[in-house]
Design a protein around this ligand. Structure first.
Ligand code: GDP
Length: 445
């Protein structure tokens, strides 16, 4: 999976990491090569473009960390961008199968691996999750396909709905539903008919089955080897039938892998599973982190940069602490604190950790101080000038009005913020004088 793309990307990035310093041109050149690698892997053009744009933006706005090279930082940025491009919402492997019997509708073109995937998932649900599963083939055009599912069922020890000649797909779906209820199954899987191309009849049939079964999940199976075509097929199926996720098959092959990267960005649908061979166990959930790691193969560098970033944050906290001790707690510092709070789960969380502030935390809570308030306060600080932030005592009534208006708030909101700043500054100074260095350090670190 992704061999070519992986080789190309790590080639480009490897060269970057070995350079001590990087000019903007170095980064640009490297990103051009990354872009070519993505396009050669059959990633769609708009996806490749926005990927590069994002990496470029972050690479230029990056705080410099001493202990890693700029190239290593670029690797981490590319890694994170890959994860974001690949990731859907929630856990891809968690199929919605509460309220038994839960119907799962399997759709896709003929030859995409739909029947194989149906059986693979049935096996997984049965043996890994301990569910009772019933499979039914709705491919009335191809008796061989119905027989194939029955054979797979016997092989993996999962029941299939007996084949009754002359029934249409909707009748089979109804019978599957009844059988699943009566037989106490947790899940029933409907393997719909496929065709070589999407046509009106195929869609009409899948839609009719969908309306009868009211599936909890509709999984579209597409052949990963078909690159951008897989994405087009997914777009069309989703428009016409509505799908809850995609299974990309044949990812064991030497396909170019572009479908995996374009799928969610273009269709908005997450890839849930990947098929990695013909065997019944050859299926994996599509975990963005793991896949990104496989594509880049530079896990060591990624964790190195993560550590360095943590260190950088610690250094910033240390610098702030020293300023506070000298009584230099200005609006920029307050803003830093507020941003830190946003990251750490709000005011209450942070104050609870600071010695002597438990009581204040309670007051803060009672005053209805939540994350929205924090965001509004940051907005107020942002509309001050640099000078005012360094020395809020400069603020006159007319400026206060402008600042409050600029942040879409009232002067009273600004006054509250200024009061809070004064109180915090006082407290910081006291703590500093009392030799509360360690206390502060503990609180901030
Ligand atoms: P359907 O027509 O969509 O139901 O496709 P099938 O399930 O019959 O699969 C068609 C062929 O693809 C079969 O030979 C499968 O063994 C094979 N196949 C399915 N999934 C995979 C996969 O993930 N990797 C590989 N290498 N082959 C697969």
């Amino acid at each position: 999976m992704f061999e070519n793309l992986s080789e190309r990307l790590s080639g480009v990035l490897d060269r970057l990491t070995r350079q001590g310093s990087l000019s903007e041109d170095d980064v640009k050149t490297a990103l051009r090569e990354v872009r070519v690698a993505l396009l050669e892997a059959d990633v769609s053009l708009p996806v490749a473009r926005s990927f590069i744009k994002r990496v470029e933006k972050e690479a230029t706005g990056q705080a410099v960390t001493k202990s890693v090279t700029p190239g290593q930082q670029v690797v981490k940025i590319v890694h994170d961008a890959l994860i974001d491009t690949l990731r859907g919402e929630g856990d891809p492997g968690a199929l919605k199968i509460d309220n038994p019997p839960a119907p799962i509708l399997m759709v896709g073109l003929q030859g995409s691996g739909k029947t194989t995937t149906t059986a693979k998932l049935a096996k997984r649900l049965t043996h890994r999750d301990g569910k009772r599963v019933l499979m039914a083939s709705l491919d009335t055009n191809r008796p061989a396909a119905m027989e194939q599912l029955a054979i797979l069922g016997r092989q993996i020890g999962v029941d299939t709905l007996p084949i009754v000649k002359g029934e249409d797909p909707v009748q089979i779906a109804r019978r599957a539903k009844t059988q699943a209820s009566l037989g106490g199954y947790d899940v029933y899987m409907l393997d719909t008919a496929g065709r070589l191309h999407i046509d009106a009849e195929l869609i009409a049939q899948a839609a009719a089955v969908r309306d009868v079964a009211n599936p909890r999940e509709t999984l579209l199976v597409v052949d990963g080897l078909t690159g951008q075509d897989a994405v087009n097929v997914a777009t069309e199926f989703d428009d016409k039938i509505g799908v809850t996720g995609v299974v990309l098959t044949r990812m064991d092959g030497d396909g170019r892998g572009g479908a995996a990267l374009s799928m969610r960005a273009i269709t908005g649908k997450p890839i849930r599973f990947v098929g990695l061979g013909e065997k019944m166990d050859a299926i994996e959930t599509f975990e963005a982190e793991r896949i990104a790691g496989r594509i880049l193969g530079m896990g060591d560098i990624v964790s190195l940069v993560e550590k360095a970033q943590e260190t950088l944050e610690a250094e910033q906290a240390e610098r702030m602490m020293r300023r506070m001790q000298k009584g230099q707690f200005n609006m920029n510092d307050l803003r830093g604190q507020l941003e830190q709070m946003q990251k750490m789960g709000g005011m209450e969380g942070l104050m609870g950790m600071m010695p002597g502030m438990g009581k204040m935390a309670k007051q803060v809570q009672e005053a209805g101080f939540d994350d929205k308030v924090i965001a509004r306060q940051i907005a107020l600080i942002q509309s001050m000038t640099k000078k005012e932030r360094a020395n809020p005592a400069l603020l006159q009534a007319s400026r206060k009005k402008r600042i409050a208006a600029g942040a879409g708030q009232e002067v009273s909101d600004l006054n509250k913020l200024l009061k809070m700043h004064r109180q915090m500054a006082d407290m910081m100074k006291k703590l500093g004088k009392k030799g509360g260095r360690n206390m502060l350090k503990q609180a901030l670190g």
